[in-house]
Design a protein. Structure first.
Length: 219
């Protein structure tokens, strides 16, 4: 994959990982400080739950944005950042789930089970998280070698289902202003549409090349 922006590649490659680490970690002490200083409003648990879920969705969308960015820039090394952002999304989702199970329901598994069955947005949120588990567990290079590229790619296509479920979870969890859910849902839809268009274009190109090869005279 040839770089389309060689002058920018070196500085971006040098600073992108530290910047991502800062972006992933910095919200944690900020949220803890807000919680301790009673700056999360009248219902701090609900606010903490929503903010942790929002960060999970942000990083999930960011991980989906890496592939289009790779194709636009020619920077193949960004694939490592895609894995990093995917793991960031998983751990923020785990934090979101922890707030829900520990602070909201105090490990009352019976009531949690009823809540999952009763409310569709909770069902979709759990689906989004459960689908992320095998992706997080197989995010290493060793897992790619063990599963093989084809099977690994098929497994990691679950991220698309997870992202869609997360977006609907967000839309139906918000009771009033749905501006944010619609925004992130649109972002995810555009990123998935990019993949569909690219796949169709790739198949069309493959058929064109195959047709040209078959039409060439022999001898």
């Amino acid at each position: 994959m040839k770089s389309r922006f060689p002058a920018l590649e070196a500085p971006v490659r040098r600073w992108v990982r530290p910047a991502l680490w800062l972006l992933v970690v910095l919200p944690v002490p900020m949220l803890v400080a807000q919680l301790l200083l009673n700056q999360l409003g009248a219902d701090p648990i609900d606010k903490l739950e929503r903010l942790s879920g929002l960060w999970a969705l942000r990083f999930l969308a960011a991980s989906l944005a890496v592939t289009p960015l790779m194709r636009l820039t020619g920077w193949g090394w960004l694939v490592a950042q895609r894995r990093f952002l995917g793991l960031a999304a998983f751990f923020w989702a785990l934090g979101h789930l922890s707030v829900y199970t520990v602070l909201d329901w105090f490990f009352d598994w019976a009531e949690i089970g009823k809540d999952i069955v009763k409310h569709l947005y909770i069902t979709l949120g759990m689906l989004a998280f459960v689908l992320m588990i095998p992706l997080a567990l197989t995010s290493t290079k060793a897992s790619i070698r063990r599963l093989g590229g084809v099977r690994w790619n098929r497994l990691h296509a679950l991220v698309y289902v997870s992202a869609i479920a997360a977006c609907f979870h967000f839309v139906w969890a918000v009771k009033k202003d749905i501006t944010q859910p619609i925004f992130y849902g649109t972002v995810v839809a555009v990123l998935l549409a990019f993949r569909v268009v690219w796949r169709i274009d790739r198949r069309s190109s493959s058929r064109s090349v195959s047709g040209d090869t078959q039409s060439k005279p022999v001898g």
